[in-house]
Ligand binder design. Structure first.
Ligand code: PLP
Length: 447
């Protein structure tokens, strides 16, 4: 994916929008200035930074965020998929209050961890046994380590544009300098040919420990994998004796809420799965799990032969309590299916705005989507490289436009729906996008 230089008219429109934003949000600006004193760039989570300065949110309920400048926003970001339940779901809040009243940080095992683990193994077909971590990044770290020990091999096959956490990022086909130092082979997403090319090289052939894949590339632009691709990966992993890992940190909410693996035939399922985000009910969470023979390496009853897996807060009482009621009582398969279908309808409507003749391409699956400004027809986007040349500046302009209209989404165009959003919210969002297209027609209409 290449980014063009913004045209003078886009730059001019953006400058005006940024000036209006700055005038409207003086308190957020001064909080950002304060943060600059002690945080690099005033930031401790890169994805939350955007120009001219990010909004400061003070409180939230249901699907509404309130800013330090007393503006309210309907939340279409949904905390990058972790905010599935909205901001104040009664069942989750009650479970958290009850847990707090019983006390924090026991330094012991407790029943809720067994119950959440059970709910996960029931929900996710590929998970016989599971272990908890504090984030999706840590889940990746442990899943890859497990695959390497299990296979006694070294190399990890990943995909260009893939993201498996802060230490596992492969934007534009490059391993980030802050990545965990594994030996990576980077293939093209949705291309079995590119995978075969790599695994057949003599130096790789017998040394692939794991293939890790997002069943839909999430932060790389919401591009779903085809079923044939996932099935093909299963076959290649089997041929090569590699562990197939599905990173379902984002996609676990799709379809019936049992991930993409849940709608695949048994023969296509992975050996290991990583989870995170929403499953913690809004509290920090990660998990890795899968086949018994791999996960049993972590059984401490084996004594010196077992693999250690530590983490002070792995079974923290808040996550375990919120996660369990969320899975068992709130995000039932029926609710998941409904949310998935709402997302499908919304994406279709958004792609129809402007008669479908704009540069705006809303890709995604179910309740997760992303807009990219490109001339590539949606049907031809199979991997991040297919976005071709992205028209710079239009995404930034859309972001500021929607904030001005009271809709909160990611600067990079990412949207994930929560259960708290109403039909009116969805209609309002589409109307605001339509208004954007009307106002900036000259800039974004495709000939
Ligand atoms: C697909 C995927 N895997 C892993 C992660 C890492 O999760 P965390 O941010 O909890 O470390 C993310 C986070 O965005 C993700 O999208």
């Amino acid at each position: 994916m290449a980014i063009s230089t913004p045209s003078p008219s886009i730059t001019q429109a953006y400058t005006m929008a940024a000036e209006a934003y700055t005038a409207r949000n003086p308190t957020s600006r001064s909080i950002h200035t304060k943060a600059l004193l002690s945080l690099p760039g005033g930031n401790t989570r890169t994805v939350l930074h955007y120009a001219p300065f990010p909004l400061s949110i003070t409180r939230a309920h249901d699907a509404t965020l309130h800013s330090a400048d007393n503006h309210s926003y309907t939340d279409f970001l949904g905390e990058y998929t972790a905010g599935l339940y909205g901001h104040s779901h009664a069942t989750i809040t009650t479970a958290l209050k009850t847990a707090i009243e019983k006390g924090l940080s026991f330094g012991s095992q407790h029943e809720d961890e067994a119950l959440l683990a059970q709910a996960i193994t029931i929900r996710f077909e590929s998970i016989d046994l599971v272990r908890f971590t504090n984030s999706g990044t840590e889940a990746t770290l442990m899943a890859l380590a497990a695959a390497k020990v299990f296979t006694q091999r070294h190399k990890i096959l990943v995909f260009s544009g893939g993201y498996h956490g802060g230490a596992f990022s492969f934007k534009s086909g490059v391993s980030s300098p802050v990545n965990a130092p594994h030996s990576y082979l980077i293939a093209r997403y949705n291309s079995l040919e590119s995978v075969r090319e790599l695994v057949e090289q003599p130096e790789n052939a017998d040394d692939i420990a794991a293939i890790i894949v997002e069943p839909m590339i999430g932060s790389g632009g919401a591009i779903p994998a085809s079923r044939d691709f996932l099935q093909g990966l299963r076959e290649i992993a089997d041929e090569r004796g590699a562990v197939l890992i599905f990173d379902e940190v984002m996609t676990s909410r799709l379809y019936e809420g049992s991930g993409v693996q849940g709608v695949l035939p048994a023969r296509s399922r992975p050996d290991l799965v990583t989870l995170g985000k929403w499953i913690g009910g809004g509290i920090s969470f990660g998990a890795f799990g899968g086949k018994r023979e791999i996960m049993e390496m972590f059984d401490p009853r084996k004594g010196g032969d077992s693999l250690a897996h530590a983490g002070t807060f792995n079974n923290n009482v808040l996550t375990m309590a919120a996660g369990r009621v969320g899975l068992e009582e709130v995000f039932t398969p029926e609710k998941a299916r409904e949310l998935h279908e709402r997302g499908e309808r919304l994406r279709k409507e958004l792609n129809g705005v402007g008669g479908g003749r704009t540069l705006m391409k809303w890709t995604g699956l179910g309740s997760i989507m992303n807009v990219t400004f490109t001339t590539t027809p949606i049907g031809q986007i199979k991997c991040p490289e297919d976005f071709g040349e992205v028209v710079a500046g239009l995404g930034d302009l859309l972001h500021l436009f929607l904030l001005d209209r009271g809709y909160y989404m990611a600067r990079r165009g990412f949207v994930s729906l929560s259960l708290a959003l109403t039909d009116e919210d969805l209609t309002g969002f589409v109307d605001a996008v339509r208004e954007f297209v009307e106002e900036h027609k000259v800039l974004i209409t495709q000939d």
